[in-house]
Design a protein around this ligand. Structure first.
Ligand code: NAI
Length: 464
């Protein structure tokens, strides 16, 4: 039991970053975490392990499809599934241990166990009650149930992303419910491992909310890679038999009923805030209808001294959004001016090719009645992409028609998740497309495609 300036509940990217920033700002800080390891969903069962699996299977795909073309002959690698899972586990361990090291370095106490808030200023973990002038709730999110369907996860045959990262063997067939980020990333992993993957999606387009042109190109590329799509289909039920699961769904266009079977069903229909056991009801913390903790623009809840950040509040459920809120919230507590620009938060899907997006889509600009111009450049015109068999996709920059100020960018192509940040920085500086177009870009790089898209907003791209 000790007295702290700040106690943070949850050590995911929101919580651990908030803790480090609090400590850097001279606040006596503790972080409560009930898992065996720090890092939350992202490091333990989310972003990091899935990226390890995406990397390993992308390497396999390159070996199977592109090595021979480059004159690299010989037996292509076969999959040692056990070793691939070990590689994933080692990746997790390296990252979670890294956070432990950073906690020690910054003199942050890790209070092990699940925390609750009996009253403002107090955090209870086990039988101990710790005092804190400020409490930050960073308790994250959990898998949400399939809307309108009765589905029970067993994490063996009917699985969430967590189960998908530790299947005992590679399934022959997999049904993915939901063509969102999780479904397409993990669907890609298994498709590359030889699993026949069928994606069942409620809407008529994949990755809801993304730029329409990106959605179309992305789906075409994924189909070419072997994923099949059943669109406009509302899943009604999922049942597991001995070694199989069956999914019933209704096609929305004609209300017809269908059944599909697979070895494994991955449920990827979204996540919801996780605030169980914190005692928020008794405290009187305001919660929205969607289960999100309500905060003001500086992450204060309605209860003085209690803040909330990350997946358990409003906004996109993204690790980097939570990190930014963590830093900014720490600064507010320390009496500084913490700020997050919600207009410039990139979103990335780590398939191959990657998909990355920031700012407004064409659809949103049309709806808002904003006059805009679109500069587009295909990776077919990019020398580096052609050399690397990575010329599928494009960069699209959207700029204000009159002022040329960049309003958004949408990239599908190699390293899109890294390329997008040039546009993020440009947008933070209120740059015009011409500012990017006039900036010298090294040749030959994928980044040249970004410059060419900016040039296409003006007098025209060079290599198109
Ligand atoms: P999502 O919200 O991205 O996609 C869910 C999909 O399921 C939607 O397309 C929806 O229309 C569909 N759906 C819902 N009910 C359905 C039904 N009954 N039948 C068929 N389809 C149905 O959710 P997802 O992929 O589960 O991801 C959860 C959260 O985690 C998201 O907020 C995502 O941003 C985040 N995440 C981000 C990653 C990244 O940034 N790379 C990676 C993984 C997750």
């Amino acid at each position: 039991m000790a007295n702290y300036d700040v106690i943070i509940i949850g050590s995911g990217p929101g919580g651990y970053v908030a803790a480090i920033r609090c400590a850097q700002l001279g606040l006596k800080t503790a972080c409560v975490e009930g898992r065996e390891t720090l890092g939350g969903t992202c490091l333990n069962v989310g972003c990091i392990p899935s990226k390890a699996m995406l990397h390993a299977t992308h390497m396999l795909h390159e070996a199977e499809h592109n090595f021979a073309k480059m004159g690299l002959k010989g037996k292509s690698p076969s999959v040692d599934w056990k070793q691939m899972l070990t590689y994933k586990e080692e990746t997790i361990e390296a990252n979670t241990k890294g956070i432990e090291f950073l906690f020690k370095k910054n003199k942050i106490d890790w209070i092990k166990g699940w925390g609750s808030i009996p009253e403002a200023g107090k955090v209870k973990v086990g039988d101990d009650v710790h005092e804190a002038k400020n409490i930050i709730i960073a308790s994250g999110s959990e898998v949400s149930p399939v809307p309108g369907a009765d589905v029970t996860l067993d994490e063996k045959i009917i699985i969430s992303s967590t189960g998908a990262l530790e299947l005992p063997k590679i399934p022959k067939t997999m049904i993915v419910i939901g063509a969102g980020v999780i479904g397409l990333e993990l669907g890609s992993v298994y498709s590359r491992l030889g699993t026949k993957v069928q994606v069942i999606e409620f809407l008529d387009k994949i990755t809801p909310g993304m730029d329409g042109e990106v959605q179309k190109t992305f789906q075409r590329i994924l189909k070419k890679q072997g994923l099949s799509f059943t669109m406009g289909a509302a899943v009604q039920s999922v049942t597991a038999a001995k070694n199989k699961a069956s999914v019933t769904y209704k096609l929305r266009k004609d209300d017809s009923d269908h059944t599909a079977e697979a070895d494994v069903v991955l449920v990827a229909t979204g996540r919801r805030p996780y605030t169980d056991g914190l005692g928020l009801d008794a405290l009187g913390v305001d919660i929205s209808e969607r289960g999100q903790i309500k905060t003001d623009a500086q992450w204060r809840t309605n209860v003085p001294g209690i803040y909330a950040i990350g997946d358990c509040i409003d906004g996109p459920m993204l690790a980097h959004k939570a990190e930014d809120e963590g830093m900014a919230c720490a600064e507010v507590i320390a009496g500084k001016h913490g700020h997050v620009n919600y207009g410039v938060i990139p979103g990335v899907i780590y398939t191959h090719p990657e998909v990355a997006t920031v700012g407004m889509t064409e659809e949103q600009l049309k709806e808002a009645g904003t006059a805009y111009k679109a500069g587009k450049f295909s990776f077919m015109g990019n020398g580096r992409a052609k050399a690397n068999f990575a010329a599928d996709g494009f960069v699209k920059i959207l700029a204000d028609k009159t002022t040329d100020r960049i309003l958004g960018a949408h990239i599908i192509g190699p390293m899109a998740g890294d390329l997008i940040h040039e546009i993020c920085v440009a947008m933070e500086f209120g740059a015009s497309a011409e500012d990017v177009a006039l900036t010298c870009h090294a040749h030959p790089t994928y980044s040249e495609a970004v410059r060419e898209a900016a040039l296409a907003c003006g007098d025209g791209a060079i290599h198109m």
